[in-house]
Ligand binder design. Structure first.
Ligand SMILES: Cc1ncc(C[n+]2csc(CCOP(=O)(O)OP(=O)(O)O)c2C)c(N)n1
Length: 801
């Protein structure tokens, strides 16, 4: 394993450097070969490798400086290894799904192989310096999913360069000098995310150096089916800047087997990118895939014999070797010796990783075998227990699952026994379950001292002269105070800058704080989120805006695949505390009245989802989120900006705890649980129901993720024995989620005297106009009738139907 430390600033050729590159190319190739063998032999479930891309990656790595970022994909093993970002033992540990964070520091066995990540956080989950690191953002499998955030990582450099107030954040940047190396396969450039990002990078002029590893195929589908003119550099030619001050790209093409051309290209590409903060495309052509796409198929099925022959001849490692020989940098014997050493190195790493992985499970395994044997003694179930034990003992690639399943089965067999052996098995299960919970289920959210879940809240304070203001004014005052006190805060989105967002929450603030902090973007939801993710990864505190909640689906893939999984997929190694601001629920028509909360709840585990009923609550939640280190989606009420609210005196300090509902109206007959814009409607209904002698308790859940952490709703149900879950989502959406959380999660069914019910919008989107709203979304009439029906069923004499 070589860390190409001395190769870094190097742009000259020397025998020593060339042979170091050759050695690493050979090691990486051997690792690919052995990795594939491990999958075929049953040690690992799936493998995907970087063979055929070694040389280009070595060249790129040479011009990757400390503090730079890689936002790439699963082919980058040589790139990352050249930067010292992965040791081969770690590579194999990940292939085996070793859950130990020391042995697989990238993802603790949570991702398939080839997913690399720098551990940015210390053991507590707090930031460490990134400027000394060769940073890799943890890769994700969805093709092109790595690209939107690359925009934000590069955009951060621009902010660090141009905003002097950030210059002391030296753990994240030295004056914005860092560049971002994006990588993507040729076929994945077909994705909209790629084009959206490249266009935005050109508009923003950010230091993004995007390499396309072009091996001619996306699994089996050739580039002619993927890209106009069969060439990404030709298709993108219009991005090329014609003069140095035109706001475009620099585009390079280079053959992936041509060592000197690769070095020259990457030297120039990195230089222009870094010095001029200009985005660059490097189209690396004529790459190969010696072992095919992955272990899941064979490329002989779709590549012709001629193509396979061509690939063998143009294999970059083979051509590199010929070039070394032709230019007299080494002899055949010397290269053979390096080959042999590389092979040995790869074998050794593999053996070490496998043994460590096996060893890590052995203690529990042996104990389970022992406990099963003891349980069998004097047991009428001895026969079955010993068969199970024997099966477990003979298993040569045993997993935690196998031992756990055997013990659970044994416990079922012994369910009527109160023997010490049974107790031993139970203890084993309790202990290993806790460990497995940590191995497989930790870090969905931040576990650091900065987790927003730890924030207890500071109530809003009012005085006699606290003014009554429109909701949008309250937001504007809030953001003013936030941007005044926190230089890390950045807001961006469509119409956020000059006009201060479509509802004026940022009105006048661009003029006050500058375009660098409050910024208009193009209409490009996916990369607005990507821009925010990259900024948040680099210590800034972006609030990015999806103009209307209905349009969040454009960005949903990036939210769910990249942002929401980040802490989890790195087991607490990386975080991006991005705040996504949007506005939704009811207003007008099919695409401005959306409340697709169920879709969010199903997609955004790993983020907090907040649904404040008014702007005061929204401000309180922004303060909580800004003090925390988790990503969140906050949906403001679209019809609340013109409603009057009292302006808290402590706007900057006041904050709300997450997962704590508020009782808006106490009552004794029925509990109605709701959130967002529905709060006003339910309160109005409650007033009318009071006149009908029905006393409703109205609860605003305030946050859906997390949900009612301390069981406040069940406490209410204990009093009322009846509950309605009301919202504006589709039937079976978030109202059903709330029902499940309370009835099943809090066991509230025990206190019910009537069937619980949900009240939601219709299944279709609301048509335009007030009638469209009335006949599609729950109205006060609907709430009144639903509540009354419950009471009528319970006491028809008092409440005739
Ligand atoms: C969004 C998405 N669609 C499909 C896939 C399945 N898939 C994985 S890799 C791949 C081909 C990618 O080809 P290319 O971008 O050329 O990269 P290469 O693997 O050749 O390096 C496909 C279709 C995926 N991972 N993500």
């Amino acid at each position: 394993m070589i860390i190409n430390e001395q190769l870094h600033q190097a742009d000259t050729l020397s025998r020593e450097k060339i042979l170091l590159d050759y050695r690493l190319a050979c090691e990486s190739r051997q690792v690919s070969l052995l990795g594939r063998r491990d999958v075929m032999g049953g040690r690992a479930k799936f493998g995907i490798f970087g063979d055929g891309k070694e040389l280009a990656q070595l060249a790129a790595a040479r011009f990757f400086a400390r503090g730079d970022y890689r936002s790439g994909y699963y082919r980058d093993q040589t790139f990352v290894a050249a930067l010292g970002g992965v040791k081969w033992t770690e590579f194999f540990a990940q292939l085996y799904a070793d859950t130990d964070v020391i042995r697989d520091p990238n993802t603790a066995g949570r991702s398939m192989n080839g997913h690399f990540a720098t551990r940015w956080l210390d053991e507590q989950g707090l930031w460490q310096s990134q400027t000394d690191e060769y940073n890799s953002v943890c890769d994700i499998a969805p093709t092109a999913g790595q690209v939107p955030r690359a925009l934000g990582l590069a955009y951060a450099s621009k902010l660090f360069r141009h905003n002097p107030a950030l210059h002391d954040m030296t753990g994240f940047s030295h004056g914005g000098n860092e560049i971002v190396f994006g990588t993507i396969g040729d076929a994945s450039t077909s994705q909209g995310m790629f084009w959206e990002t490249m266009n935005a990078a050109g508009v923003l002029q950010v230091p993004l150096l995007m390499s396309v590893w072009d091996d001619g195929y996306g699994i089996s589908v050739p580039v002619e089916y993927q890209t106009t003119k069969g060439s990404i550099s030709k298709a993108m030619a219009g991005f090329q800047r014609d003069t140095p001050d035109e706001r475009g790209f620099e585009i390079f093409t280079v053959k992936g087997w041509d060592y000197t051309a690769l070095l020259e290209t990457y030297q120039q590409a990195a230089q222009v990118c870094r010095d001029e903060q200009v985005p660059v495309l490097v189209h690396v052509q004529e790459l190969t895939q010696p072992q095919g796409h992955s272990t899941s198929g064979s490329h002989e099925r779709y590549k012709s014999k001629e193509r396979l022959r061509w690939e063998a001849e143009h294999d970059c490692n083979r051509v590199f070797r010929q070039w070394i020989l032709q230019n007299g940098y080494a002899t055949d014997d010397e290269l053979d010796a390096i080959d042999a050493e590389a092979k040995q190195m790869a074998l050794q790493a593999r053996t070490e990783a496998w043994n460590a992985y096996q060893q890590s499970m052995k203690g529990d395994y042996d104990e389970a075998l022992d406990l099963l044997q003891r349980a069998a003694r004097n047991s009428p179930k001895a026969g079955e227990l010993m068969i199970m034990r024997e099966e477990l003992r003979k298993n040569t690639t045993a997993l935690r699952r196998d031992a756990t399943s055997a013990v659970r089965k044994a416990l079922r067999l012994l369910r009527a026994d109160a023997t010490p052996a049974r107790q031993g098995l139970q203890q084993w299960l309790t202990r290993t379950s806790a460990a497995n919970d940590d191995h497989y289920s930790s870090h969905l959210y931040s576990q650091s001292p900065e987790s927003p879940m730890l924030i207890e809240g500071i109530p809003a304070q009012y005085s006699d002269d606290s003014p009554l203001v429109d909701g949008y004014v309250l937001m504007q005052r809030y953001f003013d105070s936030l941007f005044d006190r926190d230089a890390r805060a950045v807001a961006l989105g469509e119409d956020v800058g000059q006009i201060g967002d479509v509802n004026q929450g940022f009105a006048g603030l661009q003029q006050k704080y500058g375009e660098i902090r409050i910024t208009d973007t193009g209409i490009r939801e996916t990369t607005i989120i990507g821009q925010g993710i990259g900024l948040a990864m680099r210590g800034l505190r972006p609030i990015v805006e999806i103009q209307y909640f209905d349009y969040i689906f454009y960005a949903l893939a990036t939210l769910t695949d990249d942002l929401a999984t980040l802490q989890y997929r790195t087991k607490g190694g990386q975080k991006a505390p991005l705040i996504v601001r949007t506005r939704g629920h009811r207003l007008e028509g099919i695409w401005h009245s959306g409340s697709p909360m169920g879709a969010m709840l199903g997609s955004l585990r790993g983020m907090h989802v907040l649904v404040p009923r008014n702007m005061t609550q929204a401000a309180g939640f922004y303060n909580t989120l800004m003090a925390g280190d988790d990503p969140a989606l906050l949906i403001e009420s679209l019809n609340g900006y013109r409603l009057k609210e009292k302006l808290p005196d402590n706007l900057a300090e006041f904050c709300l705890p997450l997962g704590v509902p508020e009782i808006l109206r106490p009552g004794t007959d029925v509990t109605v649980v709701t959130y967002g814009s529905m709060c006003r409607i339910v309160l109005e209904a409650a007033t009318q129901l009071a006149a009908m002698h029905i006393d409703v308790e109205v609860i605003d859940v305030q946050t859906l993720l997390p949900f009612d952490r301390y069981g406040a709703i069940t406490e209410s149900i204990k009093k009322t024995s009846r509950v309605v879950f009301a919202d504006e989502d589709v039937p079976g959406g978030a109202s059903a989620y709330m029902l499940q959380q309370v009835i099943e999660g809090q066991n509230a069914y025990r206190y019910l005297d009537s069937a619980p019910r949900t009240l939601s919008a219709k299944a279709h989107r609301p048509p335009y106009g007030s009638d469209g709203d009335y006949f599609s979304k729950p109205s006060a009439d609907d709430v009144i009738e639903a509540v009354y029906a419950l009471m009528s069923e319970a006491d028809p004499a008092r409440y005739p139907s």
